[in-house]
Design a protein around this ligand. Structure first.
Ligand code: PEP
Ligand code: MN
Length: 333
């Protein structure tokens, strides 16, 4: 952190600045300048409060020179991380497609979709059991029963599974789930992030629809700071003034995250688009932008889906996306 002191301040006025730095145990160096001294502070632990310092009489301005995501950032970890989810690898040149229904509806539904996902060539099966729905009157998911059916579909196909966890108390129920999803609405549920940080499960952290990339990376930092380094990030669209799609897919987040972080980033074109017809073009654009994977909602009969039918694609469309995504990867690799 760099603290610029106002020109001509007395030692008495600047004393609270040095007392505050000392109280945080941070090392510092002062450079005397004619238009105000400059204090360089080694604030590796992010202990200093810039706003507090800016409020002190002696201080002209404060600049942070390090980002608040030391573990998730590329600065101290320049090589890309590869995250292994039950043998399926994401990042550092490894690419995976996750597909399945928004929510598990019945044994028959998840088993037949799981087989379709497998024959499409996608590598992992998604299926929500605990659903964060905007309305309390909407289908809330089959909950623990849904997780049991997802396990059966996993046993049937051998596909590793992905499902959303919403409460720290539910984590033990997800023992057989291979990749635990933190949904957009929970990206800043810090108690959930801290609880997940104490597990060794790979985590799929989705970007909140009102959150910046920086906030996504500091949310990832919560999981990593607690000891769990297995984090995959997901861009799934953000709120904008545009209403013709459910969200606005921020594809620039892919190269931006790759610049700032070593963690893999995948794209969810389904929740971004909100309409099945837009899923394929967005998915292929995401691959071209360098995404480390995709997560796509699929349903055999979208009109009958209990959740997110309108944005689900058919198994046939999924198979086409997998084929084209692999072809694009050959070009960009
Ligand atoms: C989902 O994956 O079904 C979901 C609810 O996603 P998001 O949190 O991105 O809205
Ligand atoms: Mn959904």
């Amino acid at each position: 952190m760099i603290i610029v002191i106002k020109p001509g301040v007395t030692e008495n006025t600047s004393a609270p600045v040095f007392e505050y730095i000392a109280s945080k145990g941070a090392d510092f160096e002062v450079t005397k300048m004619p238009h105000g001294d400059i204090i360089c502070v080694d604030d590796g632990n992010m202990a200093l409060d810039a706003a507090f310092l800016e409020g002190l009489d002696a201080v002209s301005s404060v600049m942070r020179v390090t980002e608040p995501y030391k573990l998730a950032g590329r600065k101290f970890h320049p090589e890309a991380s590869v995250i292994d989810v039950a043998g399926k690898r994401f990042g550092g040149g490894e690419f995976q497609i996750i597909a399945g229904p928004c929510t598990v509806e019945s044994g028959e539904q998840i088993n037949s979709l799981a087989s379709a996902v497998k024959s499409s060539g996608a590598g992992l099966l998604r299926g929500g059991a605990y659903k964060p729905r905007t309305s309390p009157y909407d289908f809330q998911g089959l909950r623990s029963g849904g997780l049991r059916l997802l396990s059966e579909a996993k046993a049937l196909t051998g596909l590793p599974t992905v499902s959303e966890v919403m409460l720290p108390e539910h984590i033990p129920l997800f023992d057989d789930v291979d990749l635990l999803q933190v949904g957009a609405r929970n990206m800043q549920n810090f108690e959930l992030l801290k609880a997940l940080s104490r597990t060794d499960k790979p985590i799929l952290l989705k970007r909140g629809f009102g959150n910046t990339v920086r906030e996504l990376l500091t949310a990832a930092e919560y999981i990593m700071a607690g000891g769990n380094k297995n984090v995959i990030l997901c861009e799934r669209g953000i709120r904008s003034f545009e209403t013709s799609t459910r969200n606005t897919l921020d594809l620039s987040a892919v190269p931006v995250i790759h610049k700032l972080s070593h963690l893999p980033v995948i794209v969810d074109p389904s929740h971004a688009a909100g309409y099945g017809a837009y899923v394929e073009p967005l998915a292929l654009a995401a691959v071209a932008a360098g995404a480390d994977g995709l997560i796509i909602e699929v349903h055999a009969e979208p009109g009958k889906a209990l959740c997110d039918g309108g944005q689900s694609v058919s198994p046939d469309v999924l198979a086409g996306i997998v084929k084209k995504a692999n072809a694009i990867r050959q070009i960009i690799l």
